[in-house]
Design a protein around this ligand. Structure first.
Ligand SMILES: [Zn+2]
Length: 259
């Protein structure tokens, strides 16, 4: 029987049969793992805290055949202040959903975990705009997953114009002049999504894509720029994952005040 200790974040927990829980973990060294918690549904279980969403801990795991079982854990951080508001909780749920999608089984990619922990930390302990946090997390996740856009100049005329669009499918910039003159032929189809980006939003996107993970939120953006920034970041990520997230729809319902 193989035993291992992994530092990991619980990104999803669900019931499994009558008594057990299944945890989806994003780990530092093993990518995404699914771990069974025997008796985890019982409120008397010694693993109650391990089965909470957003728990970051050292998980001691035994492997039997193809399956992993939890036998001990040591809590590092529970991000408890996320539970202060439904806005924070629903955004954290979406962040974990994205982290789960971005993390691959068996792949050693500590950046996804690092970025997610930084985002949950800011959500818990910093006064920060939720829109800025959400957008920066979305865009940085896409970059970490290999969808690095070319944000230098217009891809066609190679100049930096005032009015630029980001092509979220092609991961490139196009200027208004080249678009109007029909100079962009290669790769632009009816399915292309072009979003205008102001100089301030473009600066923010450049900052996020190039900054170290632990500094990815160290920029400012004024409120008037936020709708354009939010649209660009969300569409960029969703386009690359090629599906919507239920937790994202729920978060939007919450912030729109429908709940
Ligand atoms: Zn151009």
């Amino acid at each position: 029987m193989e035993q291992l200790a992994v530092k990991a974040l619980v990104v999803k927990e669900s019931d499994f049969g009558d008594f057990d829980k299944l945890l989806t973990l994003v780990t530092e060294e093993n990518g995404k793992m699914t771990v069974t918690v025997k008796g985890g549904k019982s409120l008397k279980s010694r693993f109650v805290a391990a089965c909470e969403p957003f728990t970051y801990a050292v998980f001691n795991i035994r492997r039997t055949n193809k399956y992993f079982y939890l036998y001990d854990f040591e809590l590092i951080e529970d991000f408890y202040p996320i539970r202060d508001s439904i806005e924070k909780f629903s955004l954290a749920s979406y962040i974990c959903d994205v982290a789960s999608e971005a993390s691959l089984e068996g792949a050693c990619d500590p950046d996804v975990l690092k970025l997610t922990l930084n985002a949950l930390w800011a959500l818990s302990y910093k006064e920060i705009s939720l829109s800025l946090l959400k957008g920066a997390f979305e865009f940085k996740t896409a970059v970490i997953c290999g969808f690095m856009p070319d944000l230098s100049v217009c891809e066609v005329c190679r100049s930096e114009k005032e009015l630029l669009y980001i092509d979220v499918r092609g991961g490139r910039l196009v200027c208004d002049d080249c678009l109007r003159l029909g100079h962009l032929k290669n790769g632009l189809s009816e399915a292309s999504v072009l979003l205008s980006v102001s100089p301030a939003v473009l600066d923010a996107l450049r900052y996020i894509s190039e900054s170290p993970i632990n500094r990815f939120l160290s920029f400012r953006l004024c409120a008037e720029e936020m709708p354009q920034f939010s649209a660009a970041c969300e569409k960029y990520l969703i386009n690359h994952f090629e599906h919507e997230f239920y937790t994202l729809s729920f978060y939007k319902t919450v912030v729109d005040g429908d709940i």
